[in-house]
Design a protein around this ligand. Structure first.
Ligand code: SF4
Ligand code: SF4
Length: 119
C-alpha cells in the first residue's frame, strides 16, 4: 500500500534515453503553494473532560492534526487533544480512544479552517 514501491513501471521514459516529448503529463504536476490553505474534510466534537491524557489518539491520526495541550488541563487534571486544520474525517481517533471522547463529522465539501477552529 506504500506509495514508495521500488519497481518502476515498465516503459518508464525516465529510465533511459528518449525524446522529451515522451514524458507523461504527470511529470509536470504543480506542487502546492506553501501559503495554500489547509482544507478540512471533517471536524470533531471533543468531550474534553472525558479525556484521561493517554495520547493514543495523537499517534493514531494519519495526518497528524491532533495536538495535546501543553499549558491547559481538563477538570480531571489531564492534558487533552485539540484539532488543527486538515482533518480527513477518517475516525481513527474515535476508534482508538478508550473513553469515547470524539465524535467525528464529515463535511459535504472541504473547508478552509486555517483561520482557526477551536477543538
Ligand atoms: S478523524 Fe482522522 S484525521 Fe480527523 S483528527 Fe481523527 S484521526 Fe485525525
Ligand atoms: S485517546 Fe482519548 S483518552 Fe486518550 S488522549 Fe486521546 S482523547 Fe484522551
Amino acid at each position: 500500500m506504500s506509495a514508495r514501491d521500488s519497481t518502476p513501471p515498465s516503459g518508464d521514459p525516465t529510465a533511459g534515453p528518449g525524446p522529451a516529448s515522451a514524458l507523461p503529463a504527470a511529470a509536470h504536476q504543480p506542487t502546492a503553494h506553501p501559503d495554500a490553505p489547509v482544507l478540512s474534510k471533517g471536524t470533531l466534537v471533543i468531550d474534553v473532560d472525558a479525556c484521561k491524557g493517554c495520547d493514543l489518539c495523537i499517534d493514531a491520526c494519519p495526518v497528524d492534526v491532533l495536538r495535546m495541550t501543553v499549558d491547559d488541563v481538563n477538570d480531571r487534571g489531564y492534558r487533552y487533544p485539540q484539532l488543527l486544520p486538515g482533518c480527513i474525517a477518517c475516525k481513527a481517533c474515535s476508534a482508538i480512544c478508550p473513553d469515547f471522547v470524539f465524535q467525528v463529522y464529515r463535511y459535504d465539501e472541504p473547508r478552509d479552517e486555517t483561520g482557526g477552529t477551536r477543538g
